[in-house]
Design a protein around this ligand. Sequence first.
Ligand code: TRP
Length: 461
Amino acid sequence: MANRGNFSGNIGFILAAAGSAVGLGNIWKFPYEAGQNGGAAFLLIYILLTFLLCYPIMIGEIAIGRRAGSDAYGSYRQLGGKRWGYLGLFGILCGIMILSFYNVVAGWAFGYFLEISFGSLLDHPNYGTFFSEYVIDFWDNLIFSACFMAITAFIVLKGVQKGIEAASKIMMPALFSILIILIAYSLTLPNASAGISFYLLPDFSKINFQTIYSAMGQAFFSLSLGMGALITYGSYVGKNQNVIGAAATITLMDMSVAFLSGLLIFPLVFSQGQSPAEGPALVFVVLPGIFNAMGPIIGRLMGGGFFLLLCFAALTSTVSLLEVPVAYFVDQKKWSRKKTTWLLAVFIFVVGLPSMLSQGAVEMFTHLPFYQDRSALDFVSEVFSDISLPLGGFLMTLFIVTRWGTNNMSEELSLGNESYRNSLLEKYVNFSIRYICPVILGIFSVLIIIDKFYGIDKLTN
Ligand code: TRP
């Protein structure tokens, strides 16, 4: 294990893990999920679940990785034996599948950067039409997402320290700043206050089973939990670092970017008279409006800048997704880092082609007969993220409770944080991992699967 590489210190790890967390999940997925699931009610449940389930799970994942010092498979296997190793393999599979469609959406963001900065997007009369025509453009999509995957592979190749940390250091503060500027501007637009009420005043009658599981899936996806990404990153963390504090910082950063993104999007949605329940197209349809309103020069600069930053944010996430399977083949199969990275990048790109062609380009992928005529992108993202991440989190807590032991976890966590032992926080984390997570995630994992494939309302009617 001599040259697996390490993060350069606490800040290095926090930046890399926050870079993994902050991405399209915050700026693209969060607003459309919130828009489809009741706005403020969704936001509230999302925040609640993040504290109740996700923060403890994040701590658990990092602890497992740092203790074992290996990839997702190797870590479970080392601490729990061969059977638990399969949980690591399942996580690696999810990472591959999530990256396959994530890279497609990242390609859209890259295309928007170019179209806004140098093309005629902002002058288009209808941004909705522009988007639906854009996503069926075969060559643009193919080239942009291939570029994206190549850049991801390039950064992963440079190893954890140089590549991943460096990108996060510049991107994070810049992204925060541009969000704040845009929010300030969007709040001055007519009817912005309707968006604020939708986003911040919860209507509890809108909460149902689907609101809760969508918020749960979103929280796991956004924090990169449930498939071993943070086990892998945890394995590069030094023993003298404070995992508890780092996890808190990462969680708060990620939540704030998602929150700000909603604060930007919903005033725009309402001031443009659009529906918040537009779905995955939401930010691509709504955002050009604010840049257009800023005038041709400032609009292009701000719009180009925003989508470029979104690409950077997506890049630190794709890097973490690719790192998971790469670490597995390098650690377990002793492949060279270079060969593994390029092979996997090409493979995952090919796996993503059906998702790329599922937005109207190819009928067979646009309406999957075995998935209620929904798209390949929906299928992959729902099966490998909405369903699998909470399920992976559930199984991880079972691993800690029944195999590794919360005591061993506490011992690992007190390295780098001496006051953790017997603290109130330790009791909270252990209580959550022993009882709250297994019960809530166990029940929901089953119900989500039933709902996605069968429809929960069919059971109750
Ligand atoms: N969290 C990232 C986002 O919000 C996506 C992501 C990166 C991810 N690594 C992950 C999601 C691992 C699940 C698991 O955009």
